[in-house]
Design a protein around this ligand. Sequence first.
Ligand code: BES
Ligand code: ZN
Length: 460
Amino acid sequence: MKMEAVTGYINKNEKNFVEELKEFLRIPSISTNLENKSDVRKCAEYVSGQMEKIGLENVKIFETPGHPIVYGEYLKAGKDKPTVLVYGHYDVQPVDPLNLWTTPPFEPDIRGDNIYARGSADDKGQVFIHFKSIQSHLEINKTLPVNVKVLIEGEEEIGSINLDKFIEDNKEMLKCDYVVVSDTSMFDHEVPSICYGLRGLAYMQVEVTGPNRDLHSGSFGGAVDNPVNALARIICKLKDEKGKILIDGFYDDVLNLTPKEREEYSKLPFDEKKYMKGLEVDELFGEEGYTTLERASARPTLDCNGIWGGFQGEGAKTVLPSKAGAKISMRLVPNQDPQKIEKLFTDFVKKISPKSVKVEVKSLHGGNGAITPLDSPAMDAAVEAMKKGFGKTPLFTREGGSIPVVNSFQTLLNAPVILLGFGLPDENAHSPDEHLNLKNFQRGILSIAHYLNELSKIKK
Ligand code: BES
Ligand code: ZN
């Protein structure tokens, strides 16, 4: 393939690609909000329009019980060429707290090297990297170096609840030699890296009910248990002060880091002081015996994501509330089974709950972690592509976030997955002022264009 002409086209169109990306970023495709349901659909339609525009064929919007899945393909590279499945998501996280955004989340704004908008890094910008790489190849060479299938879903941020069934129902359509996912971050600015591990997740909700109605805390306080206090006592018993999770059996299936892995981790250029400074915290907190990088990517966690109950308004109200609740999620490491962990969590919470309140435990969603092998032809091709796109040899890292479908691709399609992401850890994914570095957007397009070409060199 004539790569020079392709990279020339990419460089020439740098500004146009960014302008086009803005249109994608303007659609408020928040998958968890019911009121955004039609926006999510509009976004699926936008994605399918883009797929057609760049030259993919058989583009189709698939309905699910939730948000639509968009699929397109280009299979004219030749039967002797490998087939690559590209996966990404067009849904985004909610935008609250809105007042902390410098510019509105769905009005993309370029400041310095970055484009600011919800979804810019996670994951619309990264999906667009693939679209523009494919477009560039097709414009210049009128074909692609490999056969490509593109699957973009709208429910990743809510646990990809309908995707496994879709994959199972469409195994033939999705059959491929490799899967590539750009939905992770690189290690740091100017430190390109390839992610080879993700954590899983078990997301729970605990609801505590005390008396049948809110009570005057003067008349009843001291005699009747307070659900907010009871919930706080329960939460405190889930994890000790050294960061160890106390749920019976929680660590049973944890795959420990190998000495070799720990050695590799220790070589990563991580500046703990800078990390703390960036977060404005005076001390870090985590499981004893592990480094910060290990804690944040290769060890399981338990965190309260939200908590409610009682009077939240301004001023004071003397009330003994009837109800309280909390959302508690656990990041899991590969080999920990989310369903098993859900059960262990539920049993443990029931065991430690006081009789003075009623406690209900619900599971919201979960997903498996994943590890991808480092020594595979597809990984070698990824390293080569990153070298060409970034001018530097990439490092290997594991990340603490979750992409549930990665494990499903490995098990249901039996295909190796390569996590070739172009975000940065400080781009505020899931928080106000999310942004994407435009230099990495450009280098990402170049890297993926090279990746398709590198993959075509692998013998089938
Ligand atoms: N892009 C992230 C996954 C990610 C985050 C990878 C950080 C590497 C580092 C993805 O969109 C995401 O946020 N996933 C959710 C999945 C969950 C809802 C099942 C997550 O990790 O919270
Ligand atoms: Zn994402």
